[in-house]
Write a protein that binds this ligand. Structure first.
Ligand code: GLC
Length: 434
C-alpha cells in the first residue's frame, strides 16, 4: 500500500486532481439528498433517539418494524431525474447507527433486520438506471456503537471505533462499483482530524475510488464546503444542503409540514444563488416510513424539472460568478462563456416595460430564454429599457421567467449608482465588470 502522505502533501495531491474529479459535479448544480432510516417511523426528526433520550434497546425495536416498500429507491431516483437533479446522496447510516446495507462490520443492518434487503444496493441500481451520480452519506457520530462516545477519552475505544468507521466506509466503497461522492457528517465526539484518523482513512478510501469527491465534514477541508440550512456562496467549491420544509431532514407528518414545504419558486431562488455563486444545491426529501416520497415534494420538484428543461442554460455547467446586479426584483446568472446575462424574474412587470440600471454596454439581443422570443429594447445612457414585454408572465407554472441578454464582448455594468442623476459620475458601487 502507498505511503500515507502528511496533511500538506495530501492536500496538494487532492488539489491537483480536483478539477478533473469534480468536473461533473460542478456542471451538475442540483442534487437530491435522501434522509431515510429507522427514524422515518417515528416521524419526528432524524435526531429523535437522542433528542428524546430513547434507550438503545427500545430504539432498536424500530429495526424489526422497518419495512421499505419494494422499489422505493427507484421512486426517489425517478423523481430526482424528473426534477432535473443530476446526482443523489443517501444516508447509508445516520447517527442512529443502523446500516442500510449488507454490512459485515455492522450487524445492526437492513439485511439482518426489518426488510432483509440491501437498500444501498437498490439505491445504487436506481441511480444508475436514471443516470444520476451516486453519493453516500456516512455519519461519523454513532449512537449505537458501544465505543461511539467513549472513543473521545478512551484510547482503546478510539482505536476500535475508527477501525469500525473505516470498515463501514470500505464496504460501501468496494461493494457497489464506482461511487462518486462520500458525504461525511457530524464528527462528534472527537474534535480533530487526528482523533478521527481522517487523514489516513481518507487516503485509503481514495485509493479504492480514485475519482471520489469528499465533503468537508471529517474535520479536513477536502473537496467542498457544506453550508447547511442556508444558501451562501463561498470562495471554494460549495454545496448548500437544505431540508424540504425547514423543519427536519427525516420524515415528519405531511399534513403538519405542508405549510412549511418549499414551493417551486422558492427552490428556484436557491438555485439562482447557486448558479450565480458557483455552488450546488442538495435538496433533501425525507421518505415516509415505507420509503415512498412525501407527496408534497412531488409537485414542486416536477415543476422545477419542467422549468429546468426550458431554462437549464441559466443553471447547469461551470460558469463565472455573476457580478451583475438585477433590478431588485430579479436574480442573475451568467452563461458559461460569460456572454449572456440571464435575468431570473421573480415578478413580472405589469406595464410592459422593465428598466435595468448601470449598463455601460448594450446587448446585441434580448430574448426569452425558454423559447427565444425576441424582446424589444433601448439602451439610453446607462439604462437598458425593455420596451414591449408580454403583459402576462410568460412562465405559467413557476412564474419565474428568464430573460436572456446576449452581449458581443465584455459586459460592463456598474450596480448601482446611488444617485440616478449622476450618469457615470461619482459612483460608490463595486466594479461590475465581467
Ligand atoms: C446535521 C444533522 C443531520 C443531518 C445533516 C445534513 O448535521 O446532524 O441530522 O443529516 O445535518 O446536513
Amino acid at each position: 500500500m502507498a505511503r500515507t502522505l502528511c496533511k500538506t502533501d495530501y492536500e496538494a495531491a487532492t488539489a491537483a486532481t480536483r478539477d478533473e474529479r469534480m468536473g461533473w459535479w460542478r456542471d451538475a448544480r442540483f442534487g437530491m439528498f435522501v434522509h431515510y432510516g429507522l427514524y422515518a417511523q417515528a416521524g419526528r426528526n432524524e435526531w429523535v433517539q437522542t433528542l428524546e433520550n430513547i434507550p438503545v434497546p427500545e430504539y432498536e425495536r424500530l429495526a424489526d418494524t422497518f419495512c421499505p416498500k419494494p422499489g422505493a429507491p427507484r421512486e426517489w431516483a425517478a423523481l430526482a431525474a424528473a426534477a432535473g437533479m443530476k446526482y443523489m446522496v443517501m444516508t447509508t447510516r445516520h447517527h442512529e447507527g443502523f446500516s442500510l446495507w449488507d454490512s459485515k462490520a455492522n450487524p445492526y443492518n437492513s439485511v439482518n433486520h426489518g426488510p432483509h434487503r440491501d437498500i444501498v444496493r437498490e439505491f445504487v441500481d436506481a441511480c444508475r438506471e436514471f443516470g444520476l451520480g451516486i453519493g453516500f452519506y456516512s455519519s461519523l457520530m454513532d449512537w449505537h456503537h458501544p465505543d461511539g462516545w467513549t472513543c473521545a477519552f478512551d484510547t482503546e475505544a478510539r482505536r476500535r471505533f475508527t477501525a469500525y468507521i473505516e470498515a463501514l466506509n470500505t464496504e460501501l466503497l468496494t461493494q457497489y462499483g464506482k461511487i462518486d461522492v462520500l458525504w461525511y457528517d457530524v464528527s462528534a465526539p472527537m474534535e480533530s482530524w487526528e482523533g478521527w484518523d481522517s487523514l489516513e482513512r481518507n487516503q485509503r478510501l481514495r485509493a479504492l475510488q480514485p475519482h471520489l469527491i469528499i465533503n468537508d465534514r471529517s474535520r479536513l477541508a477536502e473537496d467542498f464546503g457544506t453550508p447547511e440550512g442556508h444558501v451562501t456562496a463561498s470562495d471554494r467549491d460549495w454545496e448548500a444542503c437544505m431540508t424540504f420544509n425547514d423543519i427536519s431532514w427525516g420524515y415528519v407528518d405531511e399534513d403538519q409540514a405542508r405549510p412549511y414545504v418549499y414551493t417551486a419558486p422558492r427552490i428556484l431562488k436557491m438555485l439562482n444563488t447557486c448558479a450565480s455563486g458557483g455552488g450546488n444545491l442538495l435538496l433533501n426529501i425525507g421518505p415516509k416510513p415505507d420509503g415512498s416520497v412525501p407527496a408534497d415534494a412531488i409537485e414542486p420538484l416536477t415543476q422545477v424539472g419542467a422549468w429546468l428543461r426550458e431554462n437549464g442554460q441559466a443553471v447547469y455547467g461551470r460558469r463565472p460568478r455573476c457580478p451583475i446586479g438585477g433590478n431588485g426584483v430579479c436574480g442573475t446568472s451568467l452563461s458559461p462563456d460569460g456572454r449572456h446575462v440571464y435575468l431570473w424574474n421573480w415578478i413580472w412587470p405589469t406595464g410592459g416595460q422593465m428598466g435595468l440600471g448601470g449598463y455601460r454596454t448594450a446587448p446585441r439581443s434580448v430574448s426569452l430564454l425558454k423559447d427565444g422570443t425576441p424582446l424589444a429594447f433601448e439602451h439610453r445612457g446607462q439604462r437598458l429599457l425593455l420596451t414591449d414585454l408580454p403583459r402576462q408572465r410568460p412562465d405559467t407554472t413557476t412564474g419565474v421567467t428568464v430573460i436572456d441578454l446576449e452581449f458581443d464582448g465584455a459586459i460592463e455594468q456598474k450596480m448601482f449608482s446611488y444617485y440616478p442623476q449622476l450618469s457615470g459620475g461619482t459612483d460608490y458601487s463595486p466594479e461590475g465588470k465581467v
